[in-house]
Design a protein around this ligand. Structure first.
Ligand code: NAP
Length: 313
């Protein structure tokens, strides 16, 4: 793994991070085994990983608790950069978002308790709400940054206009949004803004929820949850599988895994700071962690761009 530096905050962490919406994420995936969850986090750190991405929403706090337990048991708090997020308000079956200063400040303090730590490296506003001016929301986080309670400010799922408003005082350190070979939530204008303003970028769902690993075929039985995703719906699914075949052949010629080619492509993009693939098993995480060593040639990158119709620079 390589070390990367988050420009404005100075934080340093591994380019291969760990996505943890399945670590204690009982509200997202059925049948999560917390023993396996903890093992994944532990082995990730032992393998040299120093960037863990979590959120209140993942298990409604459970992901943060499990990560806090492992990191404290291993006595590795100083070595690991922990990013978490808040904005979700869950009221029975109703979900809304709150970016008000009071809510965000309370969310950070609640997360500190769940993670059993006295600082959070990166705190993201998970989703925008409809009413809070984004610079007001970020100012609240800036006051916590000044006190050393958080080290960097992030926003997630923000449109370009919302990001510009949030970054009015040049206080946004990092953005997280969906970006993988099959789905990109941001465009060239967004990327240019990130680069011009020294804002880091972490693409989420880098493996398109597993579809880019090459393990799916037309015969695969798709879970009901996955079938609801536009990626796995009938028409798209067939087209997507055809595109993945191209990744498979590149992987074969390099004697690596298809998932590693999909991840290496993201790491090769100059606007990408680090990646955070999720994993349900230790073996998946260890395979993903080896991606840093894989270099795609200009020709391979061009083939991938053409196949997936990607024109961003
Ligand atoms: P992902 O990283 O695209 O896919 C992860 C899934 O792919 C795993 O759970 C596993 O699922 C499968 N997989 C991973 N590595 C594999 C391998 N080497 N071989 C075969 N299968 C493999 O999707 P994600 O977990 O949704 O996204 C990653 C992270 O991004 C999350 O954990 C979370 O931290 C973050 N995220 C943030 C937001 C946001 O709103 N900010 C939204 C979504 C996600 P199966 O075993 O079930 O196939």
């Amino acid at each position: 793994m390589k070390e990367v530096k988050l420009k404005k905050s100075g934080l340093v962490f591994s380019d291969l991070g760990l996505g943890t919406n399945s670590i204690g994420g009982h509200n997202i995936y059925p049948n999560i085994d917390e023993k396996v969850s903890k093992e994944i986090v532990k082995e990730f750190v032992l393998d040299g990983g120093s960037f863990i991405d979590t959120a209140y929403f993942y298990g409604l706090g459970r992901s943060e608790e499990l990560i806090g337990e492992v990191i404290n048991e291993m006595d590795k708090r100083k070595e690991v950069v922990i990013a978490t997020k808040g904005s979700f308000v869950i009221d029975g079956s109703k979900t809304t978002h709150d970016n008000s200063p009071e809510f965000l400040i309370a969310s950070v303090h609640d997360a500190l308790e769940r993670l059993n730590t006295n600082y959070i490296d990166i705190f993201y506003i998970h989703f925008p709400d409809e009413t809070t001016p984004k610079d007001v929301a970020v100012n609240a986080l800036a006051s916590l940054k000044k006190q050393g309670i958080i080290k960097a400010i992030g926003v997630s799922n923000f449109s370009l206009d919302q990001l510009k408003e949030a970054n009015k005082n040049n206080q946004v350190d990092i953005v997280q949004d969906r970006y993988n070979l099959l789905m990109q939530n941001i465009d060239q204008e967004y990327i240019d803004y990130l680069l011009e303003n020294d804002i880091g970028f972490v693409p989420y769902s880098p493996l398109a929820s597993g579809l880019l690993t090459g393990k799916y075929t037309l015969q695969t039985e798709i879970s009901e949850r996955r079938r609801k995703s536009v990626l796995f719906s009938h028409e798209n699914y067939k087209n997507n599988l055809e595109k993945v075949e191209v990744l498979k052949s590149i992987a074969k010629s390099k004697e690596v895994q298809t998932s590693q080619v999909a991840l290496a492509y993201l790491l090769a993009q100059r606007f990408v700071t680090a990646i955070i693939p999720g994993a349900k098993q230790v073996e998946q995480m260890l395979i993903n962690n080896k991606t840093s060593d894989i270099v795609l040639s200009t020709q391979e990158l061009e083939v991938i761009n053409k196949t997936f119709n990607i024109t961003y620079k």
